[in-house]
Write a protein that binds this ligand. Structure first.
Ligand code: PEP
Length: 251
């Protein structure tokens, strides 16, 4: 059985004092909770703080994006090796806010995905359709193309060291959640697409749901057969909400 994975995406939120309290509360709340993988994706400046607070605990940490180049004249960017310097285990790639606001194409996301894998990180590849695309009946095609760009770049075997997050754009930060059935349909399609290349990799692949997941809806989403955890934005900033979702994920 696949391990459930609950990850918090703090986005551009937080501050030293606030983070200290949040991480402390999460660690205290998770004491005695096992059977779920937990991580937080923090802004770059707080990676050292996350490392200091979380090293030796069951909670992992990572960054919210990464540059695909090893080093160079890329002002403002951060490399995989730099994330490794702060003992990151994970990194998000292709979050819809990166795609929409910062213009990251499927091809650019695939490069980041490949660089993260090559550097020993466990990337979480985010895919998902906009509301217009869903209403035009394009959900399956959009998600398949996003996944395919990464798959073609790294090959299916590399997915053994990666995670996929299905995040319908219309559900992110909107309070509007995909129904368990809507989410399951896309998750199953993602798994089937990977299975078309390698059934074993597909069976083991963790596919997270993200989009206004909260304590009130987590259990029913996480009960779906192809939903293996959650990528949590807003609710990950409130310790009790994040903890409630972690607990709902315990199998
Ligand atoms: C996200 O940012 O990945 C996300 C899912 O946000 P929220 O939970 O706030 O919708």
């Amino acid at each position: 059985m696949r391990q459930q994975f609950v990850a918090g995406n703090w986005k551009m939120h937080g501050g030293l004092a606030q983070n200290r309290r949040l991480l402390q509360d999460v660690l205290v709340g998770l004491a005695g909770v096992s059977g779920v993988e937990v991580a937080v994706f923090v802004p770059f400046p707080y990676l050292a703080q996350a490392q200091a607070a979380l090293a030796g605990t069951p909670v992992g940490w990572g960054a919210q994006t990464v540059n695909e180049h090893p080093q160079g004249a890329y002002t403002g960017e951060v490399s995989v090796a730099m994330l490794r310097d702060f003992a990151c285990r994970y990194v998000l790639v292709g979050h819809s806010e990166r795609r929409a606001i910062f213009g990251e194409s499927d091809a650019a996301v695939a490069e980041k995905f490949a660089a993260a894998l090559a550097g020993g990180l466990r990337p979480v590849l985010c895919v998902g359709e906009t509301l217009d695309q869903r209403e035009a009946g394009q959900t399956a095609a959009v998600v398949a193309a996003q996944l395919d760009a990464a798959l073609q770049r790294v090959g299916v075997a590399a997915l053994a060291n990666a995670v996929v997050a299905y995040e319908p754009v219309w559900a992110i930060g909107t309070g509007r959640t995909a129904s368990p059935e809507q989410a399951q349909e896309v998750h199953a399609a993602i798994r089937a697409q990977v299975a078309g290349a390698d059934a074993q990799v597909a069976e083991r692949l963790q596919i997270l749901y993200g989009g206004s997941m909260k304590p009130q809806n987590a259990a029913e989403l996480l009960a779906m057969p192809d939903i293996d955890g959650g990528l949590i934005g807003g609710a990950s900033l409130v310790a009790n909400d994040f903890l409630a979702i972690c607990r709902a994920a315990v199998r």
